[in-house]
Design a protein. Structure first.
Lengths: 119, 481, 491
C-alpha cells in the first residue's frame, strides 16, 4: 500500500488509464468513447512525465550551465509533446468521422448504428 | 535429365486444351481426334514404361517436396490397365455423351483425368503421388456433376468433402512419416530400414491407410461412391469403377509395400483392426447391393464389396494374398467396366434404370445382355473365368495366414454376389411383357464393340491367366520375401 | 551506399504523399504516387541485395548515436519486408488506376493516393525503426491513414466501419503506448538494443513488470493485427473499403504490426525473458483458436468480400501460431506465411473487388456462373483460394508444410491436427464459391450471359500477384532459407 501512496503520480496515471479504458469500451456513445480515448492518452502522458520528473530539479531550460543532475529528464517531456500532437490529430479525425456518422445515421450511439445495420 | 515421362502426362492435357481451339467440321472429325489422341497416348505411355524406362527428378523444393517420376512393375501394371480401358471408354462415350449433352466439357475433363492417372502411376515418391491425387479429385469433380442437377451438385459436394478430408489425413500421415524417415521415395520393401517401430510410425501408417481408403471406398468412408452414380455412365464406369477407386487401392499398395514394407506393417499389430473394417466393407457392400433397385447403385455397392477383397489381399501381407489382390485389381476393373457399359446401354436405349423394368430385355438386346451375363458369372467367381483365379489366390493367402475366417467371408460374399447379380440376368432373359414392341435395340457398333471386346478379355484372362499371373507374381515376390 | 536507402524510401513516400494535393489533377496524383512507389521498390530491392551481401546494420537517423538519436535496424527480414510491402503496394496502385474511379468521387481520388503513400511509408517506418517511440508515432500515422483509405469511399457503411476501426485501433495504440511507458520506466531507454541490455540485467527483480508490459504489447498489437478474439473491427473495415484498400489493409497493414510484435518479442525482450513467461503459450493458443474460428466464421458468411475478410483472421492465426511456437522454425514459418498471405490475399481481394465492381453482386449465392462471365478474374480467385486451401505447388501449401515441420521440431505433434483441420475448413468456404462460379450456372436456366470480363491489361497487376503465389509455391525453399538466415539478426 505504501508504494501506491509514495508513487502517487503513477497510481493516479494507472487509475486514469483504467477509467479511460472502460469508458472507451463500455459506452455506446461515440463522443464518450472519444473522451475515454483522450483520458487514456492523458494517463500515459502523466505516467511518462512523472517518470522524467526529478524532485527539486528545474526544467531543462539552460541559462547558465549547471551539472546535468540539476535538471529534470527532458526526453519524456519531448516525447509527450509528440504524443499530444498525435492524440490531438486522432481526436480530430475521430470527431470529424462522428459528425459524418451523425449526418448519415442521425445518431451517435454506436449500438443503435449497429442495430440499424443496413448490411 | 529425361523428360520423357512427362509426355503421357502432358499430352492428354494438351489434347484437352486443344479441344477448345480446334473447330471440328463434323462429328466424325472430332471422334477421330479424340480416339486418335487417346490411342496415341497409349502408345506414348507404353513406350515410356517399356522402352525408355525413365527415372527423373523434375524439381526439388526441399527434402520433402520433390517431383520425381519412376517406372516400376506396379506402374507398368496400372498404366497398361488404365490406358487400355481408357481407349474403350472413349469409344463408348461418343454415342452416350451425344445423348447426354455438353460433350465438349465432358471430353476436356475426361482427357485431363487421363493425364492425371498416368501421373499417379508414374509417381516415384508419395509427395508427387499426393499432388496428382489432389488433381484427380479436382479433375473428376466436374465429371461427377456433369448433369448439373441439384442432386448432382449435392453428390459432387459430398465427393469433394470426402476426398479432401481423406487427402488431409494423407498429408498428416506423410508429415508424420517424413519426420521419422526423412525420405518419402517409393522403395520396394519400404524405407523404414533401421527405424524403430514406435507409436508415431504406427500412427502414420494408420492415418495414411484411412486417408487413402476414402477413395478406395472402405466402410465407413464409402458413401460418396453410390452418391456419385448420378454421373453419366461412362464416368461412373471409368472413374468410379476403375480410375478413382483403383488409384485409392494403388495408393494403399504403395504405402503398405513401398513405404512401410510388409515386415514393418506386420510388426505394428494394427492389421487386425484394419481387417475388421475391410471385412465389414466386403459384407456390407454385398448386403446393401441386394436391396438396390437402381441398377447403377447395385453395381456401385458391388464395387465397394469387391474393393474390400483387394484391400483384404493387401492386408494379408503374404505373397499369395498380394498376387490375388493385384489380379483382382485388374479383373475387377475389366469386369466392372463391362457391367457398367451394359447398364449404360440399357439406360440409353430404353431409359430403364431399375431391375423391375428390364424384364425380358435380353431378347431385345441379346449381345449386350449376353456380355452382362458372362461378366456377372466372372465376378461371382465361377471357374473358368478370371474372377475365379483371383479369388483362388485370395483364399490361398487367407489360409496361409491361418485365418479361415477370411475364406468364409470370401465364400459368403461370393454367394451374395450371385444373389445380387443373377436376378438381373434372370430377369433380363425371363420372358415378360415389355411395354414397347419387341425389336432389336442393340446400340451402335461404337458402343457394342468395347463391350464385346472387354468380355472377350474377361474370358481370355480366365482361360489363359498365366501371362499376367507371371508378371504379377514377379511383383509380389519382389515385395514380400 | 545502400545504408541510407530505408530512410530515403520513407521520405520519398511521405514527401510524395504531401506533394500530391498540390496538384489538383488525378493524372498528376497517379504519376507522383506510382513513381514514388516505384522508386521505393527499386531502393528496397537494392537494400535487400546489400543486406544479403554484407549482413544487418544500424542506420543513425541524423547521425546521432544510439541512446539519444533514432536508429533504424535493417536486417534481411526487414529488407525482405521492404521488398514485399513495396511489391504489393505497387501492384495495388497499378490496379487502382483502373478501378478506383469506380468507387470514389473525382475529388477524392488524389486523396486516395496521398493516403496510400502515407500508409505504406509509415508501415515501413514501423518495420525499419529500432526506436520504440518512433514506432509508436508511425503506428499512429498508419492508423489514421488506414482508416482514411476505408472512409475515402463516402458511403455510410464505410464511415461506420472506419469509426469502429479507429476506436479499436486507438485503443490498441493506447495499450502499446502504456507498454512503452512501462518499459521506459524500467530501463530509461527507447532504443530496442539498449532496452534489451537493460532488461536482461534487471529481469529477476522486475519480472512481473515485464509480464505486464509484454501483455500490453500483445493485446495492443493483437487488436491491430486481428489476433482472434480482438478481430471484431476487421470484417467491416475490409468488406466495405474499396477493393484496392481492402487489399492493402489485409496484405500489409496487419503484417507491419506483426513484424513489430516479433521485434518486441525477439529484439526488445529476447527469448531468454519471453521464454520464461507464459506469454507465448497464450499467443500460440489464440493463434490456434483463430485458425479454426476464423475459418468457421468465414463459412457462415454470405457476402463474398466478408468471407475473404474472415479468412484473414484465420490466416493471421497461422502467423501468431508460428510466433507462439517460440522456435526459430516457427518464426520462419510465420514470416513465410506473411509473404504467402500478403500475395494471396491481395490477389483474392482484388479479384473479389473486380467481380463486385463489374457485376454489382456481393453475395456468394448470386455469383453462380460468374466463371463464364469473368473467366480470368475467376481463375485468379480460384488460384488464390486453392493456395489458401493448401493445394501443392502453390505458396499456401509450402506455408502449411513449414508449420508442420515447425510443429514437429517443437515436439508438439498434436498441433498438426490444428494446422490440417484449419486447411480443410478453408476448403469448405473457398470451394463452394469456385464451384458455384464455374459449375453452378446450370441451375439458372434462361440467364443471359454478358461478358463482363475486365480487359486483360487491367488484370495484369493481379496476375503479377498470382505469379508470386505460384513462384513461392514452386520454389519456396529459397525464400525460407533467406528468412532463416535473417532470423539471427533479429535477436
Amino acid at each position: 500500500m505504501g508504494h501506491l501512496i509514495t508513487n502517487y503520480y503513477e497510481t493516479g496515471a494507472i487509475i486514469l488509464f483504467g477509467v479511460g479504458f472502460v469508458t472507451l469500451l463500455a459506452h455506446g456513445n461515440l463522443i464518450k468513447k472519444i473522451i475515454g480515448m483522450n483520458i487514456m492518452d492523458t494517463a500515459v502522458f502523466l505516467f511518462f512525465i512523472a517518470k522524467g520528473y526529478i524532485s527539486g530539479s528545474e526544467a531543462p531550460i539552460i541559462r547558465s550551465v549547471k551539472s546535468a543532475t540539476g535538471y529534470i529528464n527532458p526526453v519524456p517531456t519531448a516525447l509527450m509533446l509528440t504524443g499530444i500532437v498525435v492524440a490531438v490529430s486522432i481526436t480530430a479525425f475521430a470527431l470529424a468521422l462522428t459528425i459524418r456518422v451523425y449526418e448519415k445515421y442521425g445518431t451517435v450511439d454506436l449500438n443503435e448504428i449497429i442495430k440499424m445495420g443496413g448490411e | 535429365m529425361n523428360f520423357l515421362a512427362l509426355v503421357p502426362i502432358a499430352f492428354p492435357m494438351a489434347l484437352a486444351v486443344g479441344m477448345h481451339f480446334v473447330e471440328f467440321k463434323n462429328e466424325s472429325y472430332k471422334r477421330a481426334y479424340l480416339l486418335g489422341g487417346v490411342f496415341l497416348n497409349f502408345i506414348f505411355a507404353m513406350m515410356v514404361i517399356f522402352v525408355a524406362n525413365p527415372e527423373m527428378h523434375i524439381f526439388k523444393i526441399n527434402d520433402f517436396m520433390e517431383i520425381y517420376f519412376k517406372v516400376d512393375g506396379m506402374s507398368k501394371l496400372f498404366i497398361t490397365m488404365t490406358s487400355i480401358l481408357w481407349i474403350f471408354t472413349t469409344a463408348y462415350s461418343f454415342d452416350y455423351m451425344h445423348h447426354e449433352g455438353k460433350e465438349q466439357k465432358f471430353f476436356t475433363y475426361f482427357l485431363v483425368t487421363y493425364g492425371v492417372i498416368v501421373g499417379i502411376s508414374l509417381a516415384g515418391n508419395i509427395f508427387t503421388f499426393y499432388i496428382f491425387y489432389e488433381f484427380l479429385t479436382l479433375s473428376t469433380f466436374p465429371l461427377v456433376i456433369h448433369t448439373g442437377t441439384k442432386e448432382a451438385l449435392a453428390s459432387g459436394k459430398k465427393y469433394l468433402i470426402y476426398s479432401f478430408s481423406g487427402a488431409t489425413l494423407v498429408l498428416l500421415g506423410m508429415i508424420l512419416l517424413f519426420s521419422v524417415t526423412g525420405t518419402l521415395d517409393f522403395v520396394p520393401g519400404g524405407i523404414l530400414e533401421g527405424v524403430a517401430i514406435n507409436n508415431r510410425v504406427t500412427a502414420a501408417y494408420v492415418i495414411l491407410f484411412l486417408g487413402f481408403s476414402v477413395k478406395a471406398a472402405m466402410v465407413p468412408f464409402h458413401s460418396w461412391l453410390p452418391a456419385a452414380m448420378v454421373a453419366p455412365t461412362p464416368v461412373s464406369s471409368l472413374l468410379h469403377a476403375v480410375a478413382v477407386v483403383k488409384s485409392g487401392i494403388f495408393a494403399l499398395i504403395r504405402i503398405t509395400f513401398y513405404l512401410f514394407g510388409a515386415e514393418a506393417v506386420n510388426a505394428m499389430h494394427v492389421r487386425g483392426y484394419l481387417s475388421i473394417l475391410v471385412a465389414l466393407t466386403i459384407l456390407m457392400g454385398s448386403f446393401v447391393a441386394l436391396h438396390q433397385e437402381n441398377l447403377k447403385k447395385r453395381l456401385a455397392y458391388s464395387t465397394i464389396s469387391q474393393l474390400g477383397y483387394i484391400m483384404l489381399g493387401i492386408l494379408l501381407l503374404n505373397e499369395d494374398g498380394l498376387t490375388g489382390a493385384l489380379l483382382h485389381l485388374i479383373n475387377h476393373a475389366v469386369i466392372k467396366i463391362t457391367l457398367f457399359f451394359c447398364v449404360g446401354i440399357i439406360m440409353l436405349r430404353t431409359g430403364y434404370k431399375t431391375i423391375g423394368e428390364i424384364r425380358g430385355i435380353g431378347k431385345k438386346m441379346p449381345i449386350t445382355m449376353g456380355c452382362f451375363s458372362i461378366a456377372s458369372i466372372s465376378l461371382i467367381g465361377i471357374p473358368p473365368t478370371n474372377g475365379f483365379v483371383s479369388k483362388w489366390f485370395l483364399a490361398m493367402g487367407g489360409l496361409q495366414e491361418n485365418r479361415a475366417i477370411f475364406v468364409v467371408i470370401l465364400l459368403v460374399s461370393a454367394i451374395l454376389t450371385a444373389a445380387y447379380l443373377m436376378p438381373i440376368v434372370i430377369t433380363a432373359f425371363f420372358p415378360g411383357e415389355m411395354g414397347k414392341e419387341l425389336e432389336n435395340s442393340e446400340p451402335p457398333l461404337m458402343m457394342l464393340i468395347p463391350v464385346v471386346v472387354l468380355t472377350g478379355i474377361t474370358v481370355a484372362f480366365g482361360l489363359f491367366p498365366n501371362f499376367i499371373l507371371h508378371f504379377i507374381q514377379g511383383i509380389s515376390r519382389s515385395l514380400i520375401g | 551506399m545502400y545504408n541510407s536507402y530505408p530512410l530515403i524510401i520513407i521520405l520519398v513516400l511521405f514527401i510524395s504523399a504531401f506533394a500530391i494535393p498540390l496538384f489538383k489533377s488525378i493524372k498528376m496524383a497517379r504519376i507522383i504516387g506510382i513513381s514514388a512507389a516505384g522508386i521505393s521498390l527499386v531502393l528496397s530491392i537494392l537494400t535487400l541485395i546489400g543486406v544479403k551481401a554484407n549482413g544487418a546494420y544500424y542506420f543513425r537517423v541524423g547521425h546521432f548515436d544510439a541512446p539519444w538519436g533514432i536508429e533504424f535496424h535493417i536486417g534481411i527480414i526487414e529488407g525482405l519486408m521492404g521488398v514485399l510491402f513495396m511489391t504489393v503496394s505497387m501492384a495495388v496502385l497499378w490496379f487502382s488506376i483502373y478501378s478506383i474511379d469506380h468507387d470514389l468521387s473525382k475529388k477524392k481520388v488524389p486523396l486516395f493516393y496521398t493516403l496510400v503513400n502515407l500508409l505504406v511509408g509509415s508501415l515501413l517506418g514501423i518495420v525499419f525503426s529500432d526506436d520504440l517511440f518512433n514506432c509508436f508515432v508511425f503506428i499512429e500515422i498508419s492508423s489514421i491513414a488506414s482508416c482514411g483509405i476505408v472512409v475515402v469511399k463516402d458511403k455510410k457503411e464505410n464511415i461506420k466501419a472506419a469509426l469502429k476501426y479507429l476506436i479499436l485501433s486507438s485503443l490498441g495504440s493506447g495499450l502499446v503506448l502504456m507498454g512503452i511507458a512501462l518499459v521506459y520506466s524500467l530501463t530509461g531507454h527507447l532504443n530496442m538494443a539498449h532496452i534489451h541490455e537493460a532488461l536482461v540485467s534487471i529481469y529477476p527483480e522486475h519480472s512481473r513488470n515485464m509480464l505486464i508490459a509484454i501483455g500490453l504489447f500483445t493485446v495492443g498489437l493483437g487488436v491491430k493485427s486481428a489476433m482472434f478474439p480482438l478481430h471484431t473491427w476487421l470484417p467491416d473495415a475490409h468488406t466495405y473499403a474499396p477493393a484496392s484498400s481492402s487489399a492493402l489493409l489485409s496484405a500489409l497493414v496487419l503484417k507491419a504490426y506483426v513484424i513489430l510484435y516479433i521485434k518486441i518479442i525477439h529484439r526488445v525482450f529476447g527469448m531468454s525473458i519471453v521464454g520464461d513467461l507464459p506469454v507465448l503459450n497464450i499467443v500460440l493458443l489464440l493463434g490456434a483458436v483463430g485458425m479454426i474460428a476464423g475459418s468457421v466464421l468465414a463459412i457462415l458468411q454470405k457476402n463474398l468480400k466478408r468471407m475473404v475478410a474472415y479468412s484473414s483472421v484465420a490466416q493471421m492465426g497461422y502467423v501468431f501460431f508460428g510466433i507462439g511456437l517460440g522456435t526459430t522454425m516457427g518464426l520462419a514459418a510465420a514470416i513465410f506465411q506473411i509473404f504467402n498471405h500478403a500475395f494471396t490475399k491481395s490477389a483474392l481481394f482484388l479479384s473479389a473487388g473486380s467481380i463486385l465492381e463489374k457485376t454489382g453482386k456481393k453475395n456468394i449465392s448470386d455469383l453462380k456462373g460468374i466463371g463464364k462471365e469473368m473467366p480470368f478474374t475467376m481463375a485468379i480467385f480460384t488460384i488464390g483460394g486453392m493456395s489458401l486451401v493448401g493445394i501443392p505447388l502453390l505458396s499456401g501449401f509450402n506455408s502449411k508444410w513449414n508449420f508442420a515441420v515447425a510443429v514437429i521440431e517443437a515436439h508438439r505433434v498434436e498441433l498438426l491436427a490444428v494446422v490440417l483441420i484449419s486447411s480443410l475448413l478453408n476448403a469448405l468456404y473457398y470451394f463452394p464459391v469456385i464451384i458455384n462460379g464455374y459449375f453452378g450456372e446450370e441451375s439458372l436456366e434462361g440467364k443471359v450471359y454478358r461478358n463482363t470480363e475486365r480487359p486483360l491489361k487491367e488484370l495484369l497487376p493481379i496476375i503479377v500477384l498470382v505469379l508470386g503465389v505460384i513462384y513461392f509455391g514452386v520454389s519456396g525453399g529459397g525464400l525460407l532459407s533467406l528468412i532463416e538466415a535473417g532470423i539471427p539478426a533479429l535477436n
